[in-house]
Each structure stands twice: as structure tokens, then as C-alpha cells.
Ligand binder design. Structure first.
Ligand SMILES: *[C@@H]1O[C@H](CO)[C@@H](O)[C@H](O)[C@H]1NC(C)=O
Ligand SMILES: *[C@@H]1O[C@H](CO)[C@@H](O)[C@H](O)[C@H]1NC(C)=O
Ligand SMILES: *[C@@H]1O[C@H](CO)[C@@H](O)[C@H](O)[C@H]1NC(C)=O
Ligand SMILES: *[C@@H]1O[C@H](CO)[C@@H](O)[C@H](O)[C@H]1NC(C)=O
Ligand SMILES: *[C@@H]1O[C@H](CO)[C@@H](O)[C@H](O)[C@H]1NC(C)=O
Ligand SMILES: *[C@@H]1O[C@H](CO)[C@@H](O)[C@H](O)[C@H]1NC(C)=O
Ligand SMILES: *[C@@H]1O[C@H](CO)[C@@H](O)[C@H](O)[C@H]1NC(C)=O
Length: 384
């Protein structure tokens, strides 16, 4: 017994002595992070924050991710320190999240990003990323619904854990830009047509139930007959003045909209409905809150509209709607290129692969690391 006790003491003592790596030691001993480290080291405040932090998770893009992101950055943005600082802060989560902590359902995790341009949320709440476990791999969604995959997980350091990701996160941008990248061009056009784009884009802390293009098309015959006032009323009925991610929504919850009327949330068999419309894509992060895509245009004069949860399609909430052959409101709105949602996401893949970002998205999302382009040549990974 005494012998065992002694052995145990020795083991415990040894464990205590093998001090966990500092973040600087981790970075300089991880070749995959050389390019990221070079950039980070150009921002001493960031280095100080990281070195002093405890209970954090760093999502560190690998060399290829940083390099590819730089290649598609518009030249004019390459020395914008504010963008890079925001971007670096966005790659740090407040809390230690190891892979075992992620689930098959999306989780919205707070980051250290609070700069108003990218995080205009109620009362200084931080910006978030969305993380979800998919086939044993952690996917991280950022601005413009961009997805980055964790390629190497659970690298411990004294202040928490590092996961290496395969593409740089995109800073969240305004509702209009985010909606264009998500193919919600009719919604963007309608906002512009009602002169509401600036208003919606500069509210802080919002939830937007944005109808899909198909939803607008389904009431296309009515659009021409709407007064500006009616259009504005309809659109503001899709805007809620607080940030509610899908996990925050509960069955029978009533949300007061900017129009004044309430939307009723229903949850059935894992599906979320706003009045009679189904949420078909949830938790798209914007700089001022969140967008949930719905498959119907909500009608402020039909607040009792209920979903037919068994049906595959939903009758429009507007009684005399018959649809139109064209998607209304889309003329003059930039369209995402390529086919499918993924194609409209800013991509770290250089051109020629068919996964090119649309012009709007590439301007905003990749704004960041561009700035780092210049620094990289003379930074030497001295962040220790
Ligand atoms: C890191 O960035 C440099 C350019 O700054 C580039 O030459 C190099 O290929 C990058 N590393 C990788 C693995 O892409
Ligand atoms: C992390 O979150 C906690 C609350 O959960 C907050 O008190 C703290 O200030 C946050 N830390 C940073 C660095 O944002
Ligand atoms: C770590 O941060 C998370 C998120 O802010 C918090 O919930 C948790 O209590 C913190 N843990 C410790 C040990 O500080
Ligand atoms: C942030 O929100 C406020 C309103 O709460 C608005 O006045 C301001 O313009 C917004 N800032 C940005 C950068 O969107
Ligand atoms: C949205 O952001 C883009 C890019 O920063 C900007 O050009 C546009 O003016 C903004 N739109 C509104 C309505 O604020
Ligand atoms: C809602 O009904 C009122 C009263 O009939 C009408 O004045 C208003 O234009 C309607 N709004 C819409 C968006 O149709
Ligand atoms: C985007 O919207 C257009 C109609 O404007 C539609 O034809 C296309 O299928 C949509 N793409 C996606 C991925 O939803």
C-alpha cells in the first residue's frame, strides 16, 4: 500500500510538473498554423489577449486556408487592420469546446468579436458561430453561411483548446449582403423597393424571417397591386427586434414584429414554423442578428394562419394568390452565381473549380485576411 501511494504521488507530481503548452508554444510547434501565426503576430493586442486568456477555443485556419483566402481578397482591402482584428477575434470562442461537446444539433457559440461593424447586437452581446457535428466532423458556420470544417481537433494548451479548420471564417455582414449570398434576392429586392433596406441593415439585434424566392413567386400575381405602405407592412411583419436563434424558439411562442403584429412559432416533429410558413434554413448569421428562411410570405392580416404540417407545400397566407411565372422584385438585384446554395458561399477554392463566390460575397466575406497578405512576407511566426 505505502508503495502504491508513493507511486501515485510521483505520477501526480510529474503530471503537475509537465506544464501545459502556452498558446505561443503551441503555435510555434504546429507547422500547419505557420501562416495563421504570422498574421496573428502582427497584432500584439490579439497576442496579449490570447496569451492571457483561459477557457477559450481557438479555431485556427491551416496554412492552405489562409493562403487561399488571401488569393481571393480584393486588393483594396489588404491593409485594413480593423477587419483583420475583427476576423482574428471571430476565430476565438469564449469557452472550451472539445469535439465531445458538439452535437448533431446546431449550437451557437459566443466568440470574442464585439466590433459593431460585424456584431451590432443588443447590449454588446458578442457575435457567434454556429457549430454542428456532421458524420463525426465538426462544421462551423460563419458569415454568409460559409462552412469551415475542423480538420484536426482537440489540441490542448494552457488556456483551452485549438481546432484547426480548413477555411477561414467569414465575418458576418449586413442583412442585404447575407440574403443575396443565400439566394434570397426577391426579399432583398422587396426591401429595396419599399425603401427599408437601410433600416433593416442598421437595426441592432434582429431576427429576420426571410421568405424564399419561391415564396415570393407564389404570391407574384398580387405584388403589382400592393401599395408601398402595404409592402412595407408585409416586410416589417418579418422583422423581430431581438436575436432569436432556432434553439431559442419555442412552441406557441409569440414574437412581436416591427410591423406591430405578432408571429406565432410552432414546433412540430423537429420542424419550426412561423405562422403557416416553414423554416427551411435556420440560423444564418448576419452582423446584426440572424436570418431564418421561410417557405411562405407572412401576411400581417392573417396572423392566425397555421401550418399544414403534413403537407409538402404550403398554401400562401394571401387568399387570392395564384403565383407568377417570374420571381418578383429581383430585377437589379445581383444574383449568386453557380448552382445551389453552396455555390453562392464565398469559397476558399481559387477560381476554375466551379465553386466561385458571387461578386458581392467575395467583397465582404473575404475582406479580412487580405490585409494579412502584405504582412505575411515579413512576419516570422514570432508569436511566443
Ligand atoms: C503560406 O502562405 C505563403 C504566402 O504567404 C504561401 O507561399 C504558402 O504556400 C502558404 N502555405 C500553404 C501551405 O499554402
Ligand atoms: C465570456 O463569457 C462570460 C459569460 O459567459 C463573460 O462574463 C466574459 O466576459 C466573456 N469573456 C470574454 C473575453 O468575452
Ligand atoms: C468557460 O466558459 C463557458 C462559456 O462562457 C462557461 O459556461 C463556463 O462556465 C466556463 N468555465 C470555466 C471553468 O470558467
Ligand atoms: C448599429 O445599430 C444602431 C442602432 O441600434 C445603428 O444606429 C448603427 O448604425 C448600427 N451600426 C452598424 C455598423 O450597422
Ligand atoms: C450592406 O453592406 C454592403 C457591403 O459593406 C454595403 O455596400 C451596402 O451599402 C450595405 N447595405 C446597406 C443597405 O446598408
Ligand atoms: C390589411 O388590412 C387592412 C384593413 O383591411 C388594409 O387597410 C391593409 O392594406 C391590409 N394590409 C395588407 C398588407 O394587405
Ligand atoms: C435561387 O433562386 C432562383 C430564382 O430566383 C431559382 O431558380 C434557384 O433555383 C434558386 N437557387 C437555390 C439554390 O435555391
Amino acid at each position: 500500500m505505502p508503495c502504491f501511494k508513493l507511486a501515485l504521488t510521483v505520477i501526480l507530481t510529474l503530471a503537475a510538473c509537465s506544464k501545459a503548452k502556452s498558446i505561443g508554444e503551441l503555435f510555434s510547434s504546429t507547422p500547419e498554423l505557420r501562416n495563421f501565426t504570422s498574421i496573428a503576430s502582427m497584432y500584439p493586442d490579439f497576442v496579449t489577449t490570447l496569451s492571457g486568456a483561459s477557457n477559450i477555443t481557438v479555431l485556427a485556419p491551416n496554412n492552405k486556408a489562409v493562403f487561399n483566402n488571401m488569393k481571393i481578397m480584393p486588393p483594396g482591402t489588404r491593409n485594413n487592420a480593423e477587419h483583420i482584428k475583427s476576423l482574428l477575434a471571430y476565430h476565438v470562442l469564449n469557452g472550451t469546446y472539445r469535439v465531445a461537446d458538439f452535437r448533431n444539433e446546431p449550437e451557437l457559440l459566443p466568440t470574442l468579436l464585439t466590433a459593431k461593424k460585424s456584431a451590432n447586437i443588443t447590449a454588446g452581446e458578442p457575435q457567434v458561430v454556429k457549430a454542428i457535428l456532421m458524420d463525426d466532423h465538426v462544421a462551423v458556420y460563419s458569415g454568409l453561411n460559409k462552412v469551415s470544417m475542423v480538420s484536426r481537433a482537440n489540441i490542448n494548451f494552457a488556456g483551452g483548446v485549438v481546432h484547426i479548420i480548413d477555411s477561414v471564417l467569414a465575418l458576418p455582414v449586413n442583412v442585404s449582403m447575407t440574403a443575396i449570398a443565400s439566394n434570397l434576392t426577391a426579399f432583398v429586392g422587396a426591401l429595396a423597393s419599399a425603401n427599408l433596406a437601410d433600416t433593416v441593415n442598421t437595426l441592432s439585434g434582429v431576427t429576420i424571417f426571410a421568405p424564399s424566392n419561391a415564396a415570393f413567386q407564389a404570391i407574384g400575381n398580387l405584388v403589382g397591386g400592393l401599395s408601398n405602405e402595404q409592402l412595407a407592412s408585409i416586410l416589417s411583419y418579418h422583422v423581430v427586434h431581438s436575436r432569436a436563434f432556432s434553439v431559442d424558439l419555442t412552441n406557441s411562442q409569440r414574437l412581436r414584429t416591427a410591423q406591430g403584429g405578432e408571429i406565432t412559432i410552432r414546433i412540430d416533429d423537429g420542424n419550426v414554423y412561423a405562422n403557416g410558413a416553414k423554416v427551411i434554413s435556420a440560423d444564418i448569421i448576419t452582423n446584426n442578428g440572424v436570418i431564418h428562411v421561410v417557405n411562405g410570405v407572412l401576411n400581417p392580416n392573417a396572423t392566425n394562419d397555421e401550418p399544414d404540417t403534413g403537407a409538402s407545400t404550403q398554401a400562401p397566407a394571401f387568399p387570392s394568390a395564384t403565383g407568377s411565372s417570374n420571381v418578383p422584385f429581383t430585377s437589379g438585384v445581383p444574383t449568386p452565381t453557380g448552382s445551389g446554395m453552396a455555390a453562392s458561399f464565398p469559397s476558399d477554392t481559387p477560381s476554375g473549380t466551379g465553386r466561385q463566390p458571387n461578386a458581392a460575397a467575395s467583397i465582404t466575406s473575404n475582406v479580412i485576411i487580405a490585409a494579412a497578405g502584405a504582412s505575411l512576407t515579413f512576419a516570422a511566426g514570432m508569436m511566443v
